[in-house]
Design a protein around this ligand. Structure first.
Ligand SMILES: N=CN[C@@H](CCC(=O)O)C(=O)O
Ligand SMILES: [Zn+2]
Length: 426
């Protein structure tokens, strides 16, 4: 006999609901008062969506005659919504471990980039790699992200620059969307660097006249589903005007604007993102006060990346900006774990524990236009859940690098996607 419900998580010590009333995102005050239930249970239906969440006694009475495909006793454990990683570059060949040593010896990101290393080095290796090779390493990275609790991740292309390699990367992302459990928001980032021998204006023309029409056609054929468009808006890469042209052309074919701005130099990217209706701008280390105000007004999310930058979150939170977090996983920042990202956000960006959690759940989902289905444990949302073996939720952030021992289950649409058999306890 088939069961009526897919999953029951029973009697959790703490259940991190996150939102109180279906908010699309949380601002500073809401982030500081997350919805947390004590002694709570959660039910996921056969369609993979949450059917009930509430006090354990109530759920027990309400569902006493029902059958569940899987039941997990969560006594002594905490339950979170799956984490959302709002910014990653996970499809590439050729690591850059040597650059880590160079940076420690004093080289800057731009020194390395301009000497032909950085993104350009990864472009060479990614161009030479086969689809299969790229898929294999991408799959391993996604598996590591999943084991660290990420259930929805934004994945960028951007190590091709030329159309055929960009499409190769997007096809690899598409294959992962079809074959793997983890949720993916796919981003075309052909304007990640200016290809050798071209100016930024020429590269922008090529993207607008050749890349985007090809993407549009492939989307119409149902071959590739891209959600977002990204540009590295930076002095010496894509200037403000070229960035604007590319983003506008992307918007015209239905892509969400979600781009790198104000990272190494003040570019007024935040102001432009707000004006163009961007869902999100990432980095923002050099954002102006006007840019912060404009983003708050436009409800454009700021995706902060504590693995690559140390800025303070306070000004943005105080100004009413929707702050999100991403791992920025890329060959220059090798971190796949959102619990570690949240820890770094607390220690280096001075976010509180609950602000970091909201930024890695509901707000990150908002930055990808997915907060109606992801980012909180509310009825009607996708049953994406992380169960940890600790009786207070803060342990997951406090125990830096401890997620491998703490995370017991990662569940996607009510199905166990990862079970950790090596739980050691606290
Ligand atoms: N800033 C541009 N892009 C990446 C780095 C990519 C790379 O170095 O390969 C970032 O977000 O940090
Ligand atoms: Zn990036």
């Amino acid at each position: 006999m088939s069961c009526k419900f897919r999953l029951l998580l029973e009697n959790a010590e703490q259940m991190l609901i996150v939102c109180r009333k279906e908010e699309e995102f949380l601002l500073r005050d809401g982030m500081q008062q997350l919805a947390v239930l004590e002694k709570a249970s959660l039910v996921v239906g056969n369609d993979g969506f949450i059917k009930a969440v509430g006090p354990a006694d109530l759920i027990r009475n309400q569902f006493s005659n029902e059958s569940f495909e899987t039941k997990i006793d969560c006594m002594g454990k905490c339950v979170f919504p799956g984490f959302v990683d709002a910014h990653t570059h996970p499809v590439w060949a050729g690591d850059r471990v040597n650059e880590f040593a160079m940076k420690l010896a004093g080289a800057t990101y731009m020194d390395i980039h301009q000497a032909g290393g950085g993104i350009n080095y990864t472009v060479e290796h990614t161009t030479a790699a086969s689809d299969e090779e790229l898929f294999r390493s991408f799959k391993q990275r996604l598996t590591r992200m999943l084991r660290a609790g990420t259930t929805l991740v934004e994945c960028k292309s951007g190590y091709g620059l030329k159309l055929d390699t960009e499409l190769k990367m997007l096809r690899v992302i598409e294959r992962a969307q079809k074959e793997l459990d983890i949720g993916i928001s796919s981003t075309y980032c052909g304007a990640h660097s200016v290809p050798k021998g071209k100016s930024a204006v020429e590269a922008a023309d090529d993207i607008i006249c050749n890349h985007l029409p090809a993407l549009k056609q492939l989307a119409l054929n149902g071959e590739i589903h891209v959600d977002n468009i990204d540009v590295f808006c930076e002095r010496g890469v894509f200037d403000l005007e070229s960035t604007k042209r590319i983003l506008q052309a992307g918007k015209a074919i239905g892509l969400h604007l979600n781009f790198h701005g104000d990272e190494l130099s003040p570019m007024n990217s935040a102001e432009m993102g707000a004006l163009l209706g961007a869902h999100a701008v990432s980095h923002l280390e050099e954002v102006s006060d006007e840019g912060i105000t404009a983003m708050a007004k436009a409800k454009c999310s700021a995706v902060l990346l504590p693995t690559t930058a140390y800025i303070l979150s306070k000004d943005m939170l105080d100004a009413g900006v929707i702050v999100s977090l991403g791992s920025d996983f890329n060959p220059n920042a090798y971190c796949l774990s959102m619990p570690m990202v949240m820890h770094l956000a607390c220690v280096n960006m001075k976010m509180s524990l609950s602000e970091a959690l909201a930024a890695a759940t509901i707000n990150a989902a908002y930055s990808l236009g997915r907060s109606h289905t992801h980012g909180s444990l509310e009825v009607g949302k996708q049953g994406d859940v992380v169960v940890i073996n600790a009786s207070r939720w803060e342990h997951l952030i406090y125990q830096f690098g401890g997620h491998q021992e703490l995370i017991e289950y990662v569940i996607i649409k009510g199905k166990i996607a990862y079970k950790n058999d090596n739980i050691l306890g606290l």
